[in-house]
Design a protein around this ligand. Structure first.
Ligand SMILES: NC(=O)c1ccc[n+]([C@@H]2O[C@H](COP(=O)([O-])OP(=O)(O)OC[C@H]3O[C@@H](n4cnc5c(N)ncnc54)[C@H](OP(=O)(O)O)[C@@H]3O)[C@@H](O)[C@H]2O)c1
Length: 292
């Protein structure tokens, strides 16, 4: 039996629809939620993500600004721009696209963003709040996964969730969210990474298996327990001469084989990526509401 396909397009549309009345109500009070994205350099993946964010803002009537900086921008200049945005009352969300060039200290930059405007939840204050189980901005991708599970009536409580990947922006916050002592979480979490031994022995136990590695077809059918929920966060370009652009986007999971074993699975594209954008919009609206 083939798995249920968790439709990120449809679920993200639901999240966006829920935002419309909230945005209208803010506008009645004279507030237009505003998101500013800073991008240093021209990394193609970052550029495509920034374009998607801009389109989503436009669709919802959220103010959107993209500050494009040259690859050789100094740390001092970037920090000054962030400080200006911190002070600007029309800006409710500030997002600095990662990775940053070598001359810039990423930690210093993330620390400099006002935690009340850190809609991506990457600043140490929001990371600390997340670990402490407090209300905070949560990184959009793992937040989107939690929302997908909730909207698909998949309750992680008591389940064994195995995450592959421990990055600060995806794997670690994903683990923190799933282990929270609260409704919609309460999972038992195992976090795997490149130094994990016999990883297949862990993944095969997963009721919920989450892949955030960045390697096409990494998760194969033999690593998946029959009936597991499989969430594919990976976004990878693979060469494809049949496409005009010469590549296609795939996730970290061998989708065709794994969908025959899993009970539910997210596709790539059309899965978690869509939710990431929607959650970012939601955080921006939330920030604007908090500014009232
Ligand atoms: N859907 C979305 O909206 C969205 C958002 C963000 C990222 N992504 C995608 O998600 C993927 C992960 O992103 P990221 O930023 O978390 O990447 P990352 O920082 O490169 O982290 C990758 C993680 O995978 C682990 N890993 C690598 N090779 C492994 C192996 N052979 N066995 C076990 N673990 C291994 C690494 O382990 P170590 O820590 O030991 O090196 C690391 O923890 C990428 O494809 C990215 O494009 C998607």
């Amino acid at each position: 039996m083939s798995a249920e396909i968790i439709d990120g397009k449809a679920l993200s549309r639901e999240v966006m629809e829920d935002l419309k009345p909230r945005i209208a109500s803010l506008k009645e009070k004279g507030i237009i939620p505003g998101l500013t994205v800073i991008i240093v350099g021209t990394d193609p993946a970052s550029m495509s993500y920034v374009t998607s964010k801009g389109k989503a803002c436009e669709r919802l009537g959220i103010g959107s600004e993209t500050i494009m900086l040259k690859e050789d921008t100094s740390q001092k200049d970037l920090l000054a721009i962030i400080e200006n945005l911190n002070q600007n009352s029309r800006v409710h969300g500030i997002l600095v696209q990662l990775p940053l060039p070598d001359q810039i200290d990423e930690n210093l930059v993330l620390e400099s963003i006002n935690s009340e405007k850190d809609v991506d939840g990457f600043s140490p204050i929001n990371i600390g709040r997340l670990m402490a189980g407090q209300d905070c901005f949560v990184p959009a991708t793992p937040n989107g996964v939690m929302e997908m599970l909730a909207r698909s009536n998949i309750d992680p409580e008591g389940k064994h969730a195995v995450i592959i990947g421990r990055s600060n922006i995806v794997g670690k916050p994903m683990a923190a969210l799933l282990m929270q002592k609260k409704k919609g979480a309460n999972a038992t979490v195992t976090l795997c990474h490149s130094r994990t031994k016999d990883m297949e022995k862990l993944t095969i136990q997963a009721d919920i298996l989450i892949a955030a590695i960045g390697k096409p077809n990494f998760v194969t059918a033999d690593m998946v327990k029959p009936g597991a929920v499989v969430i594919d966060i990976g976004i990878n370009r693979v060469d494809d001469d049949s496409r005009e652009r010469g590549y296609r986007i795939v996730g970290d999971v061998d989708f065709e084989a794994v969908k025959e074993i899993a009970s539910a699975i997210t596709p790539v594209p059309g899965g978690v990526g869509r939710m990431t954008i929607a959650m970012l919009m939601r955080s921006t609206v939330q920030s604007a509401e908090s500014s009232l």
